[in-house]
Design a protein around this ligand. Structure first.
Ligand SMILES: Cc1ncc(COP(=O)(O)O)c(C=O)c1O
Length: 430
């Protein structure tokens, strides 16, 4: 296929419509490069990216540390398979175990693949405990509104029917617990359960943090039988909320966590990180991958972690995130269409009172060259690069202010709903 310079986007759209599975409903923009927090289309138009490729491009675009790591490693060695050693896996695993407080790592390519591996680990661990005389079953407790990915195990532990039903029958043995409902968790937990599955802050589910009480109860129940507590930090981990892992804000240690999205700054890489106890269940040949943990991805992930540390970016995430939250809360005081503002660090949501309005706001922001998206129908989601500055926040909040003002028919000017939520203590932990 040869593309004319003119109408390149239209030609690509037509070709994709004919050649690709129609899984994606893309925005009609053709991006060709990026710089810092901006991504640039074929016409040279710059967009402020507050979504960072759905939480991936933590260091933004064209970061010199990533460019250098890719260039250097690509000249040396890109792929070996896991039949042989290379220099990157142990070095990266050391960084991850030190920062997560866990003991052992398995590298995958994507988030869903890390989650699949974690589910297999939980089943294998329960099998090991049974072989040692313990009474423990094979059931998973997942949470309502959860999202863990698109492969079979991940999809089966994902709540929304629309993700599961077309592919039924799904993996059996999954029960859903009402989000943050301690009584429901207690009622559904038994020694039939091999693992309790949580996202520390639900991402696709609308940026909803676990409560301290619920997370602590999940920890206590799992410990009481030997079941594993598995925290999916694919979206909220690796510094997104100002700590390496969001569970560290709670001071609760899971048995297993899964990481992916920002781990290698845009190069596909995922990881399962677990305790020595959980790792006892896995032996050579039980699990594996051709590509996972390859030299290139590991070298880039090491560069990402070292840059986050060298440039004090976790503290920066906290500082700019708090500023962003404060600005959005101030905005909510002026526009009652915003019914809640919540989040931690640079994982932030503004919930609106209508799905139509949320769609319109995303489209209007796009017209103003600012990328955000909408999740859970009514929730505007912000997952910007960690290098975001206050000035970018000001630009985004001014654009939102303008949009809410222009569409005042949808959005009132007083904040009864928001003020009431805040008076009641809010439903956020940011
Ligand atoms: C919490 C969580 N888990 C798992 C996944 C799946 O990751 P991937 O799309 O890399 O397979 C996602 C993706 O959005 C996620 O947000």
């Amino acid at each position: 296929m040869k593309l004319d310079k003119l109408n390149k986007l239209e030609q690509i759209q037509a070709a994709e419509a004919r050649l690709l599975l129609s899984t994606y409903d893309r925005n009609p923009i053709l991006f060709v490069r990026g710089e810092g927090v901006h991504i640039i289309d074929e016409q040279g138009e710059r967009y402020l990216d507050l979504l960072s490729g759905i939480g991936v491009n933590a260091l933004g675009y064209a970061h010199p540390a990533i460019e250098e790591a890719i260039a250097k490693q690509s000249r040396a060695l890109i792929h070996t398979s896991n039949l042989y050693y290379h220099e990157g896996q142990a070095e990266l695993a050391l960084r991850l175990t030190e920062r997560t407080g866990l003991d052992r790592v398995f590298f995958s390519n994507t988030g869903t693949e890390a989650w699949e591996g974690a589910l297999k680990l939980a089943r294998a661990h329960a099998g090991l405990l049974r072989s040692e005389g313990k009474q423990i079953g094979t059931k998973f407790l997942a949470l309502e509104q959860s999202f863990h990915g698109r492969t079979f195990g991940s999809m089966s532990t994902t709540y929304k029917a629309k993700y599961r039903e077309p592919f039924a029958p799904v993996v059996p043995g999954v029960e859903f617990v009402r989000f943050n409902d301690v009584a429901d968790l207690r009622a559904k937990f038994s020694n039939e359960v091999c693992a309790i599955l949580v996202e520390t802050i639900q991402g696709e589910g609308g940026i909803r943090p676990l409560t301290q009480e619920f997370f602590a109860e999940a920890r206590a129940l799992a410990s009481s039988t030997g079941a594993l507590l598995i925290a999916d930090e694919i979206q909220c981990g690796m510094g997104r909320t100002g700590k390496w892992c969001t569970y560290q804000h709670y001071d609760i240690q899971p048995d297993v966590t899964t990481l992916a999205k920002p781990l290698a700054g845009g190069i596909p890489l995922g990881a399962i990180v677990c305790t020595e106890e959980a790792a006892r269940a896995i032996h050579a040949g039980m699990h594996g991958t051709t590509f996972g943990g390859g030299p290139l991805a590991c070298a880039v992930a090491i560069a990402v972690i070292d840059t986050l540390e060298k440039d004090h970016l976790l503290a920066h995430v906290t500082e700019v995130g708090n500023y962003f939250l404060a600005q959005l809360r101030a905005l909510a005081l002026r526009h009652n269409a915003i019914v809640d503002v919540r989040g931690r660090g640079l994982m932030i949501a503004a919930e609106l009172d209508s799905a139509d309005l949320a769609k319109l706001v995303v489209a209007e922001m796009l017209k103003r060259h600012i990328l955000i998206n909408c999740t859970s129908d009514t929730v505007l989601r912000f997952l910007p690069p960690y290098i975001l500055e206050r000035a970018h926040v000001d630009t985004a909040v001014a654009a939102l202010d303008e949009i809410f003002t222009e569409h005042a028919a949808h959005c009132g000017t007083q904040t009864a709903a928001y003020a009431a939520t805040q008076a009641a203590g809010g439903n956020n932990n940011g």
